[in-house]
Write a protein that binds this ligand. Structure first.
Ligand code: HGY
Ligand code: MN
Ligand code: MN
Ligand code: MN
Length: 411
């Protein structure tokens, strides 16, 4: 492994600078995919890629690639590093951005050190990893990996009624190229853990060997609007109450099962949404996850059965719409081993682990050997402005990424 180390100050300054882009008047950071704030973040990233004298490519779904290739290796498939720079609502500054900016930092460090890798090295910022405005999440990397047609993705209608393709054109990131590279030599994604495991065990490096399955649905329950004051409880068809029963079912089931299944209802809306009207409609999202494919299917089936019985018992119409579904993924054992070796060579403890969050790596793993490196999240907090990772852990993770990329680029 190299004696090289990344330029810590340059990386940390960029993470903080990007973290300031997209803040609203209350200081909340939100860069939803293809929004003006996303454009501002993209523009800053492209500016850094150009300053680093990388070839910048934007593909048709707006994935941004910064490529370092020279005459000696241009015919070889690139080693790809990356993540995403779009965020959730009221986000932290590390989720995704840390992996993209560390990838850029690794390339700059290797170039400045005069190394001559056998493979080109590229950094990617994938479009719409979060999926908050346009479902599914990990959309840009899913298109890149051939799991979703780019035309279908571009036609996606967002939660605000916008169309992704039109928004990418509006912000100037509807590229001309097909989905990026046909197939990278390997892919490594560095990411904050977004969970409590590494911090709790005092381990600085996570060698992520698999990633749990994800199921996203939208549930719509049709009741009957009626007067909140005059309607006896026994005569109500209250969509709001029905939704509450579904949420309680999901939560109680996940809490009492001794499995790692997790269930979340993150979005809910009532119609007509008036204080004195019994809701005629409730629309909400269900996010189910489990590392085991069969258990995830069983959880989806249990929800479907509960909804069916509830609809019959309450004489309501309950419809579901699938928004995303990804099977659990096992990452490349060799790269996981390289991550552990790199950590050891740097005197860093490491731990093999499963990712609870979805990541672009789970999509790129469809077309190339892929794995992830995690660093600790303080308090296990993420998708929250209190998301934090210490500078020391950020730099350690980036140096492990540097070592692993150097090994892969020497293949
Ligand atoms: O949902 C996820 O796990 C990712 O943050 N998109
Ligand atoms: Mn992320
Ligand atoms: Mn995220
Ligand atoms: Mn991710």
């Amino acid at each position: 492994m190299s004696a090289l180390s990344i330029n810590a100050e340059r990386l940390l300054n960029r993470i903080r600078a990007l973290g300031e882009i997209g803040r609203d008047s209350d200081g909340r950071l939100t860069r939803l995919a293809a929004s003006d704030a996303d454009k501002a973040g993209r523009d800053r990233l492209v500016q850094w890629l150009r300053e680093a004298e990388l070839e910048v490519v934007v593909d048709r779904i707006g994935n941004i690639f910064g490529i370092w290739r020279d005459a000696g290796n241009a015919e070889n498939a690139p080693v790809l590093v990356g993540s995403h720079i779009d965020t959730v609502i009221d986000a932290g500054i590390y989720d995704g951005c840390y992996g993209v900016l560390s990838g850029l930092e690794v390339i700059q460090t290797l170039r400045e050190a005069g190394t001559a890798p056998a493979h080109p090295i590229a950094v990617a910022a994938f479009t719409n990893e979060e999926g908050v405005r346009y479902a599914p999440d990990m959309m840009g990397s899913l298109v890149y990996a051939g799991g979703l047609s780019v035309d279908q993705a571009l036609a996606t209608v967002g939660t605000d009624g916008s169309v992704l393709g039109e928004e990418l054109r509006r912000i100037g990131y509807a590229g001309a190229d097909g989905p990026g590279f046909s197939k990278p030599h390997a892919y490594v994604e560095l990411h904050v853990e977004q969970g409590p495991v590494l911090e709790r065990e005092g381990v600085p490096i996570g060698a992520v060997e698999n990633l749990q399955g994800i199921s996203w649905q939208r549930v719509t329950i049709e009741g009957v609007a009626n007067h909140a004051g005059t309607t006896p409880m026994s005569m109500r068809s209250d969509a709001g109450h029905a939704a509450a029963r579904v949420i309680a079912f999901l939560y109680d089931r996940a809490m009492t099962s001794n499995t790692p299944t997790v269930a979340t209802v993150g979005c809910i809306a009532f119609e007509p949404n008036a204080i004195n009207v019994i809701p005629s409609r409730a629309t909400f999202t269900v996010d189910l996850r489990d590392p085991d494919a069969e258990r995830l299917r069983a959880e989806e089936a249990a929800l479907a059965s509960y909804l069916h019985d509830l609809a019959a018992a309450e004489d309501m119409t309950i419809a579901t719409e699938r928004l995303a579904r990804f099977e659990p993924v096992t990452f490349d054992a060799r790269i996981v081993g390289l991550i552990e070796e790199a950590a050891t060579m740097r005197g860093l403890a490491s731990k093999r682990m499963t990712s609870g969050a979805g990541h672009d790596a789970q999509m790129v793993a469809r077309v190339a050997p892929a794995a992830m490196i995690f660093v600790p999240s303080v308090g296990g907090i993420s998708h929250n402005p209190r998301e934090y990772t210490t500078d020391g852990d950020l730099v350690a993770g980036a140096n492990v990424l540097l070592d692993v990329v150097q090994r892969l680029a020497a293949d």
